[in-house]
Design a binder for this molecule. Sequence first.
Ligand code: AMP
Ligand code: ZN
Length: 270
Amino acid sequence: MKLEQKFKQTLKKIKLNKKEKILVALSGGKDSTVVAYLLKKFGYNIEGFHIDLGMGKYSEKCLGSVKKLCDNLKIKLHLYDIKKEMGSSMCYIRAKVQHEKKGLKNCAICGVIKKWIMNREARKLKVSKIATGHNLDDEVQTFLLNIFKGSPELSANSGAITQNIKNKKFITRIKPLFYVDENDIRSYAKKMKLPVVYEKCPCALDSYRIQVRKFVDSLTTKQKENIIKNFYKLLPKIQKLKPEGNLYYCEKCGEPSRKKICKMCELVKN
Ligand code: AMP
Ligand code: ZN
């Protein structure tokens, strides 16, 4: 099936409405760029959101691509400058966290911080959903990693649309490329000549994920799809391992959290 058809089918499955306002989290990479391009093409109501991580030349290139894309698509771009808002670049924030909590991976820390920022800013902008560029390969990697770690319950809220979380301060996240192979996204972005930074993030040094990525890269699209089919088949059981439970509001920052102090505040102590 063609990429555009798969994309449309996913939107149908998650019942996305053309009137609701969607904030597309744009990294400057191929995946989120394709998400914005196609949502706009199919008439959805979107705005862009980019976190400038302040990581030198790489971040400058990402910001340049995102600005160009939003100009081309004629959509509003909301920028969040991490240096201005949080006082220092992602590299510095991460190094400080790792100094205190040794062994935490770069991508894990960055992921927690980015999700916290996205939820907060999306709520301020009163959008109904956040769309990210996660693709079939990302999802297969994460699902397998969670199984290898012996913690499949970490996948309980995953899916093309966030599951299981009902809280008025939590903004639903959607992944319109959930079923699309990364290679097809790369070809599509190149074919459409979209403004994309193809370099990987210079800090993505999580060796365990790299190992799993190499394995997933060796699979065919069909095999990746089968892993995701199994994920959905097992999801009701996985969810039972992690009961819905209450979401609290973090005592420090007020964001929705499973614990009294959210993951972000646990990592970044002010
Ligand atoms: P990653 O965790 O870097 O693979 O990114 C996953 C998704 O998060 C991307 O497809 C984007 O939708 C979003 N994202 C990543 N980095 C940024 C950023 N700097 N600003 C806004 N959204 C981002
Ligand atoms: Zn907090």
